[in-house]
Each structure stands twice: as C-alpha cells, then as structure tokens.
Design a protein. Structure first.
Length: 334
C-alpha cells in the first residue's frame, strides 16, 4: 500500500511539474532570443504568450497562438493608424477604444473576444516611441512561434490515456448500475434510484465530443500523428457507448415506470435478472475492447427465453431497450 501511495503521489507531482517546466521554457526561450536579437532589454511581449496561451489545453496552443498573433497585428495597426492621423487627446483615446473593441469581436475565436486587439492598440498608444510598434510585433511573433511549436511537444499530457480513463470510468459505473438493477429485479424490488440520470446517460456523448475536439486540435500539432491514430481507435467504442446509452436509458425508464405502477410482484421483471446481467457483461467486454460474441449469444438466448415466457406486448416493451442494446452490440462486433 505505501508503494502504491508513493507511486500515485509521484504521478501527481510529475503531472504538475510538466506544465510548470513547459511554461518556464516557453517564456525563457523567446525572452533570450529577443535579447540576443536586440529588440529590447525587457521583451515582455515575447514571454506573455507562454503565460496566457499555455494555461489552457496545450494541444490548442497552435490555434490560440494564431488567434493571438492576428489580434496583436490588428491592434498594432489600429494604434499606429490613430497616432498617425490624430494627436494624443481624449478624442484619439476614445477612437482607440472604439476600434479596439470592434476588432476584439471581429477577430474573436472559440466564442471569446480576441483581447489582444485592444491591449496591443492601447500599448502602442501609451508608448508613442519610434520603433516600438515594430519591436512589439517582432517580440510577440517570436513568443507566439515558440509557444506554437514547442508548447505541445514539451511534457505533453497523454490524450489517449485521459480519454480511455474516462471511458473506463463510465463503463465501470454502467456495470455497477446494471448489476444493481439485476440484483433488485431478482429480489422483486424496484429499480434503484438514479440521481442525476440525465447527466449520466449524456457522458458518452460528452466524451465523444471531447474526443472530436482533441483530434481536431492535434491536426495542428507536429509529431502527434501517433496520438491521433490511438485516439481514433477509441471511436468505435465511444460510438457503442453513446448508442447503448440511449437504449439503456429507455430500458431503465421503462423499468422504473413498471415498478411504480405494479400493485404486486412482477414475474416478468424478476425474470429479467439473468438477461440484464448477461447484457451488462457483453457490453462491459465490448467497451473494454474485448470480444463479446460469446456473451452476446448468451444474452440473446436469454432474451428469446424471456420472450417465450412473457409474450405480451407490455413485456415486449419492457425488453425493447435490452433488445436494441443487443443490436448495437451485434453491429459493433461485426
């Protein structure tokens, strides 16, 4: 146990050390380059991209870097144009604010305003020194280039492990839920309460959307094709999780309604226990990436037996969610 705890603590420390080291390198390298090139003695704009961009998803760094560079260029152009045509006054300051705010929203990306337009315009306006606009562009470009190229390559997180762990967490919770339903059905008890059921059944869809976003961001990251291929390999399992979430949500809802309306023990619900367990095992195997064919055949045989023992239309509706789950598993197994 102490060894496990030490390993877990070491993993957490490494997870925190990587982002800190990445930030230091991506801030120090452009700072040193700018000092060596002689742009200024304190090239703060070169270090700022590391601080502002790398706070978010590291694989989004190339896209955020491009958005930031576009904002800096637009802001510098606004500041230079206003100072060229108007003297420093209240009128020119208001014009800077107006144009900067308009540029923020015109060049906004990812649903957020591009604040660099206004910030850069105000910096140019406040530092009306010859050569400063060009120096700011150079320093920002160097800092942004370093962040875009080095950021995703320095101690990056493992997106495949994160997505796989989330899928495994959902699989474990789903197995526990179905096992509880089967146990209570065998005892002729109502299905267990499901607080936050809607959120639970949406987890596969949220995970699939997150996976698509990660794959899109990795297209801009060099040397990450292997991660993209491994992540894409999770797609069939996520598709199965999303498809069966709908069918099982229908099943659990129907089971809850049936238990609420039953005035006496329901034999059809009681006899569902082995069918639910077999379906749960087959789905667990499939979501783990294992072959579920044998378990699925048993689940289908139990489905047929339940259909023969309880042939009414009302009982067919109760089984419908499980039957559709078997169909999804069959399509997945191919």
């Amino acid at each position: 146990m102490p060894a496990v705890s030490a390993s877990w603590a070491g993993h957490r420390f490494a997870a925190r050390l990587g982002p800190a080291a990445r930030l230091i390198v991506c801030a120090a390298v452009p700072w040193g380059l700018c000092v060596w090139l002689g742009t200024s003695f304190a090239p703060v704009p070169a270090a700022l991209p590391a601080v502002l961009i790398l706070r978010e998803d590291v694989f989004a760094a190339p896209r955020l870097a491009l958005e930031r560079m576009a904002g800096v260029m637009a802001g510098v152009l606004v500041g230079v144009a206003v100072l060229h045509w108007l003297p420093v006054s209240s009128a020119s300051f208001l014009l800077i604010l107006l144009c900067g705010c308009a540029g923020m929203y015109l060049l906004g990306g990812s649903g957020a305003p591009n604040q660099q337009v206004l910030v850069s315009a105000l910096m140019i306006y406040a530092t009306a020194a010859p050569g400063y606009p060009l120096a700011r562009l150079e320093e920002s470009a160097i800092g942004i280039a370093v962040v875009a190229l080095l950021g995703p390559l320095l101690w990056p997180p493992d997106p495949y492990r994160a997505a796989r762990d989330e899928l495994d967490a959902y699989r474990t919770d789903l197995y526990a839920l179905l096992d509880g339903i089967a146990a209570r059905a065998a005892l002729e008890q109502p299905a267990p309460a499901q607080p936050g059921a809607d959120v639970f059944w949406q987890r596969p869809h949220a995970l699939a959307a997150s996976l698509d976003g990660t794959l899109a961001r990795l297209r801009l990251v060099p040397l990450k094709r292997t991660d993209s291929a491994r992540l894409a390999g999770l797609r069939p399992r996520l598709h199965l999780a999303g498809r069966t979430a709908l069918t099982l949500q229908f099943f659990t809802g129907e089971l809850t309604d049936r238990a609420r309306d039953a005035a006496e023990p329901d034999a059809a619900v009681r006899d569902l226990a082995p069918l639910v367990r077999a379906t749960s095992r087959a789905l667990d195997e499939a979501l783990r990436g294992a072959d579920c064919s044998a378990t699925l055949r048993r689940a289908r045989a139990l489905d047929a037996a339940h259909r023969a023992a309880h042939p009414t239309r009302h009982d067919a509706v109760l089984r419908a969610g499980l039957h559709l789950t078997h169909e999804a598993l069959g399509d997945h197994a191919g």
